[in-house]
Write a protein that binds this ligand. Sequence first.
Ligand SMILES: [Zn+2]
Length: 410
Amino acid sequence: MRAQVNTDRLWDSHMEMAKIGATPKGGVCRLSLTGEDKVSRDLFVQWAKEAGCDIRVDTVGNIFARRAGTDPDAAPVVTGSHLDTQPLGGRFDGAYGVLAGLEVVRALNDANVETRAPIDIVVWTDEEGCRFTTKTMGSATFAGLRPEQEVLDGVDPDGKRFGDELARIGYAGTEPCGGFDIAAYFETHIEQGPILEDEGIPVGAVVGAQGQRCFEVTVTGEEGHAGTLPMDQRKDAYLGAARMADALNAVAFTFQPMPVITVGHVRVRPNSRNTIPGQTVFTIDSRHPRNETLVEMKTAMQAACERIAADMGLGLEMVETSVSPVVSFDEDLVQSVRDAADELGIPCCDMFSGAGHDACKIAAVAPAAMVFVPCKDGISHNELEDATPDDLAAGTAVLLKAVVATANRA
Ligand SMILES: [Zn+2]
């Protein structure tokens, strides 16, 4: 008997999981290490145990549910994602990757299919990063990219410590975080963008994730009285910053393929309604799938800001605050995703991920790949986030085939 994804069961599991932290407008609020996070973890663990899995929890709360393979020495094929959400998050971001992994195991059980390597379904802790220090905490720690103690000592805005909250919800595990071999890591996720829906393609084989460079720009002018200083004698730092934001937006349109450039956070000083702003600090988030282009963009952005500062007699300082290089997923695993879609007759296209994911961290220590499915109107990090049962099932069928092929590869 061939293992088959059960579309209704997969959908029903999503709807059951979405009840935990459900918001009035049909979304989900399940912040990391809260009571809702605990309940969602408990439900996953219950389902995984019912599917015959052994549960391990590591010291930062990552959960691994293992379906044994026939070769006890084989490194596992791992698949999963996260169960935490944004404050006004959707039902599918993260949950889909976990529940698709669970459906793979359930489908294999139904058909009595064994694999050579074991299969681990993973729930990574705190992917969203909206409560503690930063995002992808669990997977980054697993990959050795963040010091474990620093993660455990992180505090939320109320001063509650990550490690204490982890213990409070009962997921301060005893397994060491990281340190075991992963044969392959697959993550299914909603696209969180409009490409697949626009193209009418149900599955994306994700070849990598775009790189990101972030900056903080300080524009310095001179405070002055809003009623008395004539317009032609002002050094208005906010006006300069506003013109820079417009110019930065225009820079994006000069590159192909087009990058994304966002000015998302602005601080105006003294931020008084009748004082001409003497200083304005703003952030730039720039992203592109080529590292070389990111460097060219940086030069162009700097030149655009310098030109405006010079024209207006303003001071300018631009500091690079973070660099995340482009992530390339494992070519063999990406090919296994394309092959699986091909064998199933499911249309599939190569694509880049616009967002960061746990898979981007795991790619540092193991071969990794992702499978995307469409989400309605490309909307995510929003209560209105939506996906169809058939698209979720198509992505899971591709995952199932790719996981089994990889787990049986010698
Ligand atoms: Zn996610």
